[in-house]
Design a protein around this ligand. Structure first.
Ligand code: ADP
Ligand code: MG
Length: 680
């Protein structure tokens, strides 16, 4: 019996009204119910308040000390506060949306509170209260996400009923051999224990089993994509002559670093092989990805095809147009720029020459791969700084042209765990070495009250002919407020640096205006550039030696590192000054780390640790899968194991024929990774 297709109403005791409430939680089938997992486990063992850390969840016992005070907010929301004496501490306990507790709470009463502790405010936000002295036990209480009329207790009861009737029919997906090898619990037992754990040890075993399963299924899908992409999408075999490309490399103004040489080899190898390249090139800001791109483009053209370079902003497109033009132009190659500001006759001209094969390399924004743009023979597509692309978008890109090779470049060092999950279907190259002779950027952390000194320092650098970036406070998700901030700071700095030209850049400017500001800055007609984070990606102005970041605590480490990477691009000593008064320990930690390390990979690992994978790309479209149980930061070892196992499986004969893999195959068919959805 397939529990996925069995309606919850098949469980005796669940009727129409319960079905409706369950549906609100996204539960339709019996399996949905059995797999509706707790997001947290509470353990109501009493703690000594002195042992509870800031922001930790805990259970404490105390005596109500004051009459409760109740406040109402719009939409029936309410907040109830009371003072509670815990040992010798008097704390505040806060209850949201439980106004009825007001009648039940009287001074002198003993209560047991479970909730989150704020050590600074001496306040606990309570989500479970028990009255009277409680017997001490070690029970573990799973907490489920609920809404509407459903309570956690009710959900638990329904799940129990579900298991009573169908628990023994939960299908196993993992082959016995795998389960034996890692001593993993059967699926039904693991699921049951996640709902009704007897002990923390059981919980651990149950989780371990489900985490492996989740990762394995995911990695099977990724490895399958990768295999199909390699084997079935007969990519163009580019037939450039190696000596030609070598000649181009020796014509470059500098020798390649070891790392550049290595990744170039990997890329050229992919391009000349019969399968289609699908490769991610990672390299810290300033590691020299542009020349690597130039070499790849050169090889594509030497094979009689065209190349395209796609970037997220017009400014970046323009810069690449200049630098690639300088590298490729002298070899007789035609490089053109196509953005939304290229219009009319000029646009028509570029498009027709492109279709006729007279343009060798086209550089531009996203528009570049849209329908109206026709290549004569597109052999290679490179994207720069597009690490936010998810699996889907990547596939769309691969489907453009006549099956071109694709290279993704990113300056965001991606921690390995994320790289093998988000980019699990790709090959990865890393430039882990900087060109020789770079001076490390000195990074300082200053508090707001030191702003005058910071500006004094900036003034001194300006007096020596240098330029400075000033990045404005970032206000969450609000472009409008960000812009206002930038305008305010710009006005202040114009006052402060009267003898210098202070420019302003933000996302509300028209792209032509942005380019004009950027050009003024690049040509040293503007000396201080006040900007929102739009300046973040890829821009190159070697004479800029100072990066000042206001309210730096609002940025993640990876983003701070990206911003810092705008300076230190010339031969002069550069500085990055973080102005921040972080309130949280985590914020302080970030500032400290920034002043201590300049290694992008170290920073990205820390960033992942501090902020979690969801925030890492700063964007929901990261392509990061939503794992239900697994946590790619804490379970990364399992992720690696699962990846290896998945890779072995998809490349083994038995996987496609053996009965023990039937359920895994079914899963792949359902997700479309197998046969139903073609990749090209
Ligand atoms: P990014 O990886 O951030 O895109 P770029 O390609 O813009 O880095 O390179 C940064 C700077 O380093 C450029 O000015 C480039 O000319 C220079 N550069 C790149 N490779 C080398 C090298 N092997 N030796 C010396 N300078 C290099
Ligand atoms: Mg670059």
């Amino acid at each position: 019996m397939n529990l996925n297709q069995l309606n919850v109403t098949e469980i005796s005791g669940i009727g129409e009204s319960k079905r409706e409430v369950l549906q609100e939680l996204g539960i339709v089938s019996v399996m949905d119910l059995l797999e509706y997992l707790p997001f947290r486990y509470d353990n109501h063992q009493l703690k000594d308040l002195a042992d509870v850390k800031h922001e930790e969840r805990a259970t404490i016992e105390g005596k109500v000390h004051s009459e409760p005070s109740l406040r109402y907010f719009p939409r029936k929301k309410s907040k109830l506060s009371i003072r509670v004496l815990i040992g010798r501490y008097l704390i505040t306990a806060v209850f949201f949306n439980q106004p009825y507790l007001k009648k039940q709470l009287t001074p002198g009463q003993t209560v047991t509170l479970t909730g989150k502790w704020d050590a600074h405010k001496m306040t606990m936000t309570v989500n479970d209260i028990k009255f009277g002295i409680q017997p001490q036990d070690e029970s573990i209480d799973p907490v489920y996400p609920v809404k509407g009329e459903m309570s956690v207790k009710q959900v638990r009861r329904l799940i129990k009923m579900g298991f009573g009737q169908y628990g023994d029919q939960v299908e196993e997906v993992l082959p016995v051999s795998t389960r034996d090898a890692y001593k993993l619990w059967p699926r039904s037992k693991a699921l049951y224990s996640l709902h009704f754990p007897q002990s923390f040890e059981h919980l651990k075993q149950a989780r371990r089993r489900m985490v492996y399963e989740e990762f394995l299924l995911f990695q099977l899908k990724m490895q399958m994509f990768r295999k199909i992409n390699r084997e079935q999408s007969a990519g163009e075999t580019l037939n450039f002559k190696e000596e030609d490309v070598q000649k181009f490399i020796s014509s470059l103004p500098f020798p390649l670093t070891g790392a550049q040489g290595r990744v170039t080899g990997e890329i050229l190898n992919d391009m000349s092989s019969p399968y289609r390249m699908n490769r991610l090139l990672q390299g810290d800001v300033g590691s020299g990805k542009t020349v690597v791109a130039a070499i790849a483009l050169y090889a594509a053209i030497a094979s009689g095809t065209q190349g395209a370079l796609m970037v997220p902003t017009e400014i970046l497109a323009e810069q690449h147009f200049q630098s690639l033009g300088q590298l490729l132009g002298p070899h007789g190659l035609t490089v053109e720029l196509l953005t939304s500001s290229v219009k009319g006759k000029r646009r028509a001209d570029i498009l027709s020459r492109l279709a006729a094969g007279e343009v060798d390399v086209l550089i531009g924004t996203h528009a570049l791969i849209q329908d109206e743009v026709e290549f004569f023979k597109l052999g290679l597509v490179i994207t720069d700084e597009q690490h936010r692309f998810g699996v889907k978008q990547r596939r769309v890109l691969r489907e453009k042209g006549q099956s071109p090779d694709v290279l993704f470049m990113t300056a965001t060092p991606i921690p390995r765990t994320l790289a093998i999950s988000v980019f699990g279907d790709m090959d990865v190259s890393v430039i882990d070495e900087m060109p020789a002779g770079r001076k490390a950027i000195e990074t300082y952390w200053a508090k707001h009250h030191m702003l005058d000194r910071v500006l004094g320092f900036v003034q001194k650098e300006l007096d020596q002919g240098r330029q400075a970036y000033v990045i404005c406070p970032l206000i969450e998700e609000s472009d409008k407020l960000d812009v206002q901030n930038a305008i305010d700071v710009h006005a202040q700095l114009q006052q402060y640096f009267q003898q210098y030209n202070v420019g302003l850049m933000h996302g509300r400017l028209h792209s032509l205006e942005k380019e004009e500001v950027m050009r003024e800055f690049a040509e040293n007609r503007c000396h201080v550039l006040v900007s929102t984070t739009v300046v973040e990606v890829g821009v190159n102005v070697p004479n800029a030696t100072i990066m000042v970041i206001y309210d730096a605590e609002r940025f993640g480490l990876s983003q701070l590192h990206q911003l810092r990477g705008r300076v230190g691009r010339g031969s002069d000593q550069s500085y990055c000054i973080l102005i921040a008064d972080p309130k949280s320990e985590e914020g302080k930690e970030r500032m400290r780390i920034m002043t201590e390390t300049s290694d992008g990979f170290v920073l990205s690992e820390k960033d992942l640790e501090l902020r979690g994978p969801g925030d890492f790309f700063g964007n929901k479209q990261s392509g990061l899968p939503d794992f239900r149980i697994a946590d790619i930061v804490h379970d990364y070892r399992v992720l690696e194991v699962a990846r290896n196992d998945a890779s072995k499986l998809v490349n083994s004969k038995a996987f496609y024929t053996d009965d023990s893999y039937a359920l895994l195959r079914d899963y792949l068919k359902q997700t479309g990774a197998f046969s139903s959805e073609r990749l090209d």
